[in-house]
Design a protein around this ligand. Sequence first.
Ligand code: AMP
Ligand code: ZN
Length: 135
Amino acid sequence: MKECIFCKIANGEIPSATLYENEEFRVILDLGPAAKGHALIIPKAHHANLYELPDETAGHAMILAKKVITKMKDILDCDGYNIVQNNGEAAGQTVFHFHMHLIPRKEGDHAGISWTPGTLTEEDKEEILSKFSME
Ligand code: AMP
Ligand code: ZN
């Protein structure tokens, strides 16, 4: 993907504040952080989103997320962590190269990663349960 900015960052063509790098991933600080220490896990191979990500890479990404946040929570002395991963424009994805957001949280911060809970209606529940199958 010649014009993909995260391909260029992950592969070192564009410099970034790199926390960690291995053969498969680069972990960088987000330039527009939701909170201090907001990092991104970016695979070096181009996959637009989670639907297209190979299972093995998805597994490795989650294990890496665990390692990074475990370390970072001590360094920043944070109270919690959000892992956010957007797929599709409607979900807020702006860079169409799979990435995971690791967002450190402090009590009372205003990082704003929240939603207003609705209600699970009988209709929605029946519709989804009747249509969904992992077969
Ligand atoms: P998303 O909206 O989930 O696609 O997230 C894209 C993220 O990439 C945003 O949080 C941006 O702040 C971040 N971002 C975009 N360009 C860069 C860059 N050159 N270096 C670091 N972070 C970036
Ligand atoms: Zn890419």
